[in-house]
Design a protein around this ligand. Structure first.
Ligand code: SF4
Length: 107
């Protein structure tokens, strides 16, 4: 496993574990979910932004058009007016044009 892949795996594992601990048993309906704030400590830890085009190109392999929440493998459910559910941020909606450091391509 490459150094970058291992780091991403560790990040995903830690975030997934935190999500389970923070909201055990939560099964929120998409309609009642708040939007994730960029100031949320977990969002800041994952370098989440509502606008992928603002991300430093040096911190990612591809452009905003190629890496954003709308085409991330960790998205769940349907688009809700430009906002999506994400496995990394349970109980909150992320912007379809957003991005975070654990973006992963859909297979
Ligand atoms: Fe967006 Fe994917 Fe990061 Fe979730 S994991 S915030 S969908 S880039």
């Amino acid at each position: 496993m490459s150094k970058i892949a291992r780091r991403k795996f560790i990040q995903l594992s830690a975030v997934a574990a935190a999500g389970v601990l923070v909201q055990p048993g939560r099964s929120a309906q998409a309609g009642d979910m708040p939007k994730l704030s960029e100031d949320d400590p977990m969002a800041m830890g994952m370098k989440y932004t509502h606008d992928a085009s603002t991300v430093d190109p040096a911190s990612r392999a591809n452009s905003a058009e190629v890496q954003n929440c709308a085409n991330c493998a960790l998205v769940q459910g349907e688009d809700q007016g430009g906002w999506l559910q994400c496995q990394i941020f349970p109980g909150k909606l992320v912007n379809a044009k957003g991005w975070c450091s654990v973006w992963a391509p859909k297979s």
